[in-house]
Design a protein around this ligand. Structure first.
Ligand code: B12
Ligand code: SF4
Ligand code: SF4
Length: 273
C-alpha cells in the first residue's frame, strides 16, 4: 500500500467518525456537544501493544484476541466543549450535573458509533470488532482488560500527563474509544513531543492542586482515593444512567455516574487555549 492510498483511507474513516458525531449531537434528546474528533491508527502487532499483557496485566486483551487477523486499532478522541468544562469548574467539589450527563451520553454514543464504524468498514471490504472488556473494570484493581489509552498512545494520539490523562494536541478534556480491524493502512507512531507541562519542564501542577481528595502527586496516582470521590458523585447523579455496569455484584452496587474530572476541566491542557 502506498502512502497516498493509505492517507486517503484514513481520511475517509476520520471524516465518517466526525460526520457521525456531528449528526448524533443534533438528534432530539441529546444535550452534550462535542468538538472535532482526532483519529489515530495503531499497528495491532507492535511490540508495545503485544506487551500490554505484561504492562497492564495478563488478562489484558490483544487486538488478535478480539479479531483474529487484526492489523490496525483505530483509536479516536472526542473532545468536550469549554462550556461544559466551565460548568464542572464552577460547581466546586462535586462534579456538575452537565459533566455527569456528558459522561453517560458520550459512553452511549460510543456504542452506536462503534457499531456504525464496524458496518462502515465491512462495507469497505474489511472486518472490525470492539472489545467487550472496554466497558468493564474490576472494582478491586480499578483496572480494565482493554485500555483505550494505551492503544490511543500507540496510535500517536497523545502523551500521559501528571493528571493521568492521555493529553492530545487538542487537549485532554474528552473521551476515547477504539475499534480493532484488519484494515490495510500504514500505522501511525507514538508522539515524540511531551504534551504535559510538568513533564516537559516542571512549569505546571494545576491538576494536582485541583484534585479535591489529593489523589494526584508527582510520584503517583492514588486510584482508590480518586474512586472514593467518583462514588460520592455516583450517589448524587443517579438519573443519567450508570456506565461500566456488568452483571457482577460489585458493579451493580453502584447505580449512578462515577465522575469527577476536576483534574481535567480547569487545567491548561484541557483544550490548550
Ligand atoms: C478503570 C478506569 C478508571 C478508574 C481508575 C483510573 C485510572 N487512571 O486507572 C477510576 C474509576 C478511578 C477512573 C477515574 C477517572 N476516569 Co477512568 N477509566 C477507567 C477505564 C475503564 C480503564 C482504565 C484502566 O484501568 N486501564 C488500565 C491501566 C493500566 O491503563 P491506563 O489507565 O489506560 O493507563 C495508565 C498507565 O499505563 C500509566 N502511565 C503512566 N505513565 C505512562 C507513560 C506511558 C508512555 C504509558 C504508555 C503509560 C503510562 O498511566 C495511565 C493512566 O493511569 C478507562 C476506559 C478504558 N477501558 O480504557 C476509563 C478512562 C481511563 N477514564 C477516563 C476519565 C475521563 C476518568 C475521570 C476523569 C472520571 C470522569 N469521567 O469524570 C477519572 C480520572 C482519574 C485520573 N486522574 O486518572 C477516560 C480518560 C480520558 C483521557 N483524556 O485520558 C477513560 C479513557 C475513559 C474513556 N472512554 O475515555 N477511571
Ligand atoms: S495540568 Fe499541567 S501538570 Fe497537570 S497534566 Fe496538565 S499540563 Fe500536566
Ligand atoms: S478525577 Fe477527581 S478525584 Fe480523581 S484524580 Fe481527578 S480530580 Fe482527583
Amino acid at each position: 500500500m502506498n502512502k497516498e492510498t493509505s492517507d486517503a483511507i484514513k481520511k475517509k474513516i476520520t471524516l465518517e467518525i466526525a460526520d457521525y458525531i456531528e449528526k448524533y449531537m443534533n438528534k432530539p434528546g441529546i444535550t452534550t456537544k462535542w468538538g472535532k474528533p482526532l483519529v489515530g491508527f495503531a499497528d495491532a502487532s507492535s511490540p508495545y501493544i503485544l506487551a500490554l499483557k505484561e504492562v497492564v496485566g495478563p488478562g489484558h486483551q490483544t487486538p488478535a484476541d478480539i479479531l483474529e487477523d487484526a492489523s490496525i486499532v483505530i483509536a479516536y478522541y472526542v473532545p468536550f466543549t469549554t462550556e461544559l468544562a466551565e460548568t464542572n469548574v464552577e460547581y466546586g467539589r462535586l462534579a456538575s450535573p452537565e459533566w455527569a450527563l456528558a459522561y453517560e451520553e458520550t459512553n452511549t454514543m460510543f456504542g452506536h458509533l462503534n457499531s456504525h464504524l464496524i458496518e462502515f468498514l465491512e462495507n469497505m471490504g474489511y472486518r472490525a470488532a470492539v472489545s467487550k472488556e472496554a466497558t468493564k473494570f474490576s472494582r478491586e484493581t480499578l483496572k480494565s482488560n482493554w485500555s483505550h489509552r494505551h492503544l490511543a498512545y500507540a496510535a500517536g494520539l497523545g502523551t500521559f500527563g501528571l493528571n493521568n490523562m492521555l493529553i492530545t494536541k487538542s487537549g485532554c478534556c474528552g473521551r476515547y474509544s477504539t475499534v480493532a480491524t484488519n484494515l490495510d493502512v500504514i500505522p501511525d507512531s507514538p508522539l515524540k513531543e511531551e504534551l504535559c507541562l510538568y513533564k516537559k519542564d516542571g512549569s505546571c501542577k494545576v491538576c494536582m492542586e485541583n484534585c479535591p481528595v489529593a489523589a494526584l502527586s508527582t510520584s503517583e496516582y492514588d486510584r482508590r482515593q480518586c474512586y472514593s470521590l467518583l462514588r460520592e458523585n455516583a450517589q448524587i447523579y443517579t438519573e443519567f444512567g450508570s456506565s461500566y455496569q456488568d452483571d457482577t455484584e460489585e458493579s451493580n452496587a453502584i447505580n449512578g455516574s462515577q465522575v469527577c474530572g476536576k483534574c481535567v476541566t480547569a487545567s491548561p491542557c484541557a483544550f490548550w487555549q
